[in-house]
Design a protein around this ligand. Structure first.
Ligand code: 1GP
Length: 252
C-alpha cells in the first residue's frame, strides 16, 4: 500500500521520521486541524488518530475529516478499540498488544475489527505493540503488565517475537505522559530486529528525540506536547530537527 511505501521511503530519506498523535477524546476537530497543519509545516510525516478511552467512531470520523481537509500527509488510525475505526482514514496501525495478559487485546479486538477494516478499505500496517515503563492508560485499559525498563532482555525478546510473527513494525510504548523509553533499550532492540522501530510515550524534549533516533528508532510519536503547547509549530520543529540530527549521527 502507498502509506507503508511512503513511510519506508521517508525513513530512508531522512534517517528517522516523526508522527503526531491526536486523541479525539482530548482534541476537538477544530483544534486537530490547527495542530495538524502546524505539525506538518514543522516536518511531521503523518498524523495518527486514536486514544485509550472515550473515543467513538463518529468522534474519530470528525477528527480525521478535519485533518484531511488541511494536510496531505497520511492519516493513520491508532485505535484503542475496534469501535474507533474511521472509513475516512488512509491506514490503520493494526496492532496487537503483545504483552497483554488478556487474549482479547492480543487477537480478540483485532478479530472484531478486521471485517470493518476490510469494509472500509483501510490500508493495514501490522504492528506489534509492547507496553513498558509506567505504561499509562493504554496499559491499564489493555490489561498489560508494562515491562520494566531494567529487564531489557525481555523487551528485546518481545520485539524479536514481533518480527518472527510477521509484524511489519514494532512499537516500544512508554505510556502517554510517562517516562520515555531509554535510548539504551532502543539500541538493544535495534541490534536485534530488522523491522522499523516506533518509539512513543513521554517524549517532550529535543534531547530525548535526538538520543532515541541515534539509538536506532525509525519513527518517533508525540501526543501530549501538541496538546499542551501554545506554539505547536515551534515545538514540533525542534523535536524533528533534533531527531534528524540524531539519525545522522547514527550513520557511519
Ligand atoms: C504514543 O502514547 C504515546 O506512543 C504518546 O505519548 O502523549 O507522552 O507523547 P505522549
Amino acid at each position: 500500500g502507498w502509506v507503508k511505501e511512503y513511510i519506508l521511503e521517508r525513513i530512508k530519506e531522512r534517517g528517522a521520521i516523526h508522527m503526531t498523535l491526536l486523541d479525539p477524546d482530548k482534541t476537538s476537530p477544530e483544534q486537530a486541524a490547527k495542530i495538524a497543519k502546524e505539525a506538518v509545516e514543522a516536518g511531521t510525516s503523518a498524523i495518527m488518530v486514536g486514544g485509550s478511552t472515550g473515543v467513538s467512531e463518529s468522534m474519530t470520523d470528525d477528527v480525521v475529516l478535519a485533518v484531511k481537509k488541511v494536510v496531505r500527509v497520511p492519516v493513520i488510525l491508532f485505535p484503542g478499540a475496534p469501535t474507533a475505526l474511521s472509513r475516512y482514514a488512509d491506514a490503520v496501525w493494526f496492532l496487537s498488544v503483545l504483552n497483554s495478559q488478556n487474549p482479547y487485546f492480543i487477537v480478540g479486538a483485532q478479530m472484531q475489527g478486521a471485517p470493518i477494516v476490510k469494509r472500509y478499505g483501510l490500508e493495514v500496517l501490522s504492528l506489534g505493540y509492547i507496553l513498558m515503563g509506567v505504561g499509562g492508560a493504554a496499559s491499564i485499559v489493555s490489561h498489560a503488565r508494562p515491562l520494566p525498563f531494567d529487564t531489557p532482555e525481555v523487551v528485546v525478546a518481545y520485539a524479536l517475537a514481533a518480527e518472527y510473527m510477521g509484524f511489519s513494525f514494532v512499537y516500544l510504548e512508554g505510556g502517554s505522559g510517562g517516562h520515555p523509553v531509554p535510548p539504551s533499550l532502543v539500541k538493544m532492540v535495534r541490534d536485534a530486529v530488522s523491522i522499523p522501530i516506533i518509539v512513543g510515550g513521554g517524549i517532550r524534549e529535543p534531547g530525548t528525540a535526538r538520543e532515541l533516533a541515534r539509538a536506532g528508532a525509525d519513527i518517533l510519536v508525540t501526543g501530549t506536547i501538541v496538546e499542551e503547547s501554545e506554539n505547536v509549530k515551534e515545538k514540533v520543529e525542534e523535536i524533528v530537527k533534533a531527531m534528524e540530527d540524531g539519525a545522522r549521527a547514527r550513520r557511519p
